[in-house]
Design a protein around this ligand. Structure first.
Ligand code: SF4
Length: 261
């Protein structure tokens, strides 16, 4: 088991195995249960395994950097899977240079835990033993950007969703909606922009909202004008039926007027 520095805090990792080559270099071995059929496996599962192995490669590089001489960590990992649904293992070398580069970039961009802690009000504490109102106040002192994806991943999702809805934040509608709305961050901003009360008309998001609002108004108007003649016809029909016989409900009853004696 070894540690990887994630935003200034150690995350402990345990690869399935590490091969030490005669030249002293290291290769990560990742063992998976999905099958390799005729030498190839499900690309989505291989991609996920490659991303996981890339994290191990980064962690091993941090370990290797502390040794003298520092061993090389190879960027081709060994993926071991069952062969054709049998109990026999088979292996394939997977190049993880791209996944390693992406993960390294993401880790470098993470805000360090010390920086987040420095931004908190003095004395903030998240102990579960605190009274509910104090703990809620402590949690609310940290800005959060809730998105529906949080529901599947975070225990604070319901709390953050309530907060986000109360603030009218558009992120509660989904990250893709948020991305399309540009500078409009609240539902009231969006509605005001659609009504033409706020927002720069040159902004593509504002222009799209106004066009959508115009189309909606036109559709409602067309539907209303289509409904109006039908309503008039029905009124005339009912009027004609009533003229034939008091209490009659259709034209036939009005003209027939009951049996002749
Ligand atoms: S639900 Fe969790 S991940 Fe989502 S904004 Fe809140 S704290 Fe962050």
């Amino acid at each position: 088991m070894f540690a990887l520095d994630v935003a200034g805090s150690p995350a402990f990792l345990e690869p399935d195995a590490v091969v030490v080559h005669p030249d002293g270099s290291w290769t990560v071995v990742e063992i998976k249960s999905f099958p390799m059929l005729d030498g190839s496996a499900d690309p989505a599962k291989v991609g996920a395994a490659a991303r996981q192995a890339a994290v191990y490669v980064l962690a091993l590089e941090q370990v290797a950097a502390r040794l003298d001489p520092a061993p090389a960590v190879r960027h081709r990992v060994l993926l071991v899977c069952p062969k054709d649904f049998s109990n026999l293992p088979t292996a394939s070398a997977v190049d993880v240079r791209k996944q390693r580069a992406v993960t390294a970039r993401q880790l470098a961009r993470l805000t360090r835990i010390e920086d987040i802690a420095d931004a908190l009000p003095e004395g903030t504490c998240f102990s579960p033993r605190l009274p509910a109102d104090e703990l809620t106040a402590a949690v609310e002192s940290v800005p959060a950007t809730y998105a529906p994806e949080c529901l599947a991943a975070c225990e604070l999702a319901f709390h953050c969703r309530d907060r986000s809805r109360a603030e009218g934040a558009v992120t509660s509608l989904g990250r893709s909606v948020r991305a399309e709305l540009g500078a409009l961050t609240t539902v009231s901003d969006v509605l005001a922009a659609a009504r033409g009360e706020r927002g720069d008309p040159a902004d593509p998001a504002v222009a799209a909202l106004r066009r959508a609002a115009r189309l909606r108004a036109e559709a409602l108007e067309t539907a209303a004008t289509r409904r109006a003649p039908q309503g008039l016809d029905a009124a005339l029909e009912a009027d004609g039926a009533g003229a034939g016989q008091p209490g009659a409900t259709d034209g036939t009853a009005g003209t027939w007027g009951g049996p002749h004696r």
